[in-house]
Design a protein around this ligand. Sequence first.
Ligand code: GAP
Length: 465
Amino acid sequence: MAVSLDKLVSLCKRRGFIFPGSEIYGGLANSWDYGPLGVQLKRNIEQAWWERFVGRRADMVGIDPAILMNPNVWVASGHVANFNDAQIDCKKCKHRFRADHLIQEKSPETPVEGKSLKELDTFLQELKIACPHCGTRDFTPSRIFNLLFKTNLGVLEEGQSAVYLRGELAQGMFVNFRTIYEAMRLRLPFGIAASGKVFRNEITPGNFTFRTLEFDLQEFEYFVPPADWSKWFEYWLAEMQTWTRELGLDQQKLRVREHEKDELSHYSKRTVDIEYETPMGWKELFGLAYRTDFDLKNHAEKSGKELRYVDQLTNEKFFPHVIEPTFGLTRTVLICLLNAYHEVEGGRTTTTESAKELEVVLRLPYWMAPVQVAVLPLSRKEPLMEGARKITEALGKKYRAQYDDTGSIGRRYRRQDEIGTPFCITFDFESLNDQKVTIRDRDTMKQDRVAMDQVATCLQERFSG
Ligand code: GAP
């Protein structure tokens, strides 16, 4: 059954994945905090990405660039001039919207990308679009709004100067290009990768964490000889698609969409999005852009510094071209949760207490699950609790293991199913006699009796199988 976003939001709060930020003060629009399970899930994906695309590749290096950079970086990159949205306000209720979002909601086929403010206003008129909040049709004309978050540097007010919080990671890779390739003695083709927070002052329609003001991003700039760009574009598209399979995403819900000419970002000659079919429709998950030599050339020109690559064999100096695969980590977490969320009407178990209940199973890949194995004493009695604690401690050396003795065994199974725990191990009275425990599989609910000293081997087989 397809999941509604509301149900996922509720599960995420109930189980400690993600909840509204600073909620006791009424929250802050589109800010979200990650709880114990959410942060673990996010880290699991982040680390797997880093290992796969950086750690295990000889042609890739990673960096951790600063969030605050010299403001000239953002002038040279074109973000100060071009990183804009078209905003409108409802004159009656004062709510603010993105003009293109309202148009697309009413008429998904209307092309909004790259349109002028005037053209957007005409669409709003022609499509008779009303304010989603109060229903009136009285908007201010569209105006440009820059997405870069501004803040001030300096202790004294009079000495302060404006700086920007980074709006993408890419610029950290470009401005450090020469330092990195010289220090690491890199030869084309090679990539520089980063993972971290970025900030965009966006108006968002409130689709949970889909579009937020601050979000985690993972991206790399892959530098290639100019003539080879197309070959590497195809290569990275295939790699990104393989990553979607490793994330366990339903391939029927994924598609590749080519950007139209007037939709391209100011730095791109070709872009494709990998989109996922969400409850809000088809939405961008990852992007792949051919950034040409736009950034290196502009930074060289504006900084006056030499940023060309020197070919060691021919001594030729040139600006490499760039292929940029970009992966929104915040969005990956959301899509993985949506993809994993399954509901079973009436429940899967036959115990009387759960027979009529709706059950939720989060079918996350084993490597991604925040808790990989839960150890449950059948009842809150010693020595069952002690036995279960000992197993938790032993398994905790290798897996993310959780001990849980609260509530009936059926409820505990369902709680673990809801958070995506692949295996539960139950320590019962019989365990004291036969030195065996039960291993229960999240997806099949099959239960196997296994000798305690075989549990680690048995789990290893299941995790690697
Ligand atoms: N350096 C290229 C770049 O930043 P982008 O398409 O603007 O490209 C990259 O953003 C990815 O970041 C997107 O594919 C999407 O997954 C994610 N993303 C963009 N805006 C976001 C937002 N406001 N909230 C959460 N994720 C966002």
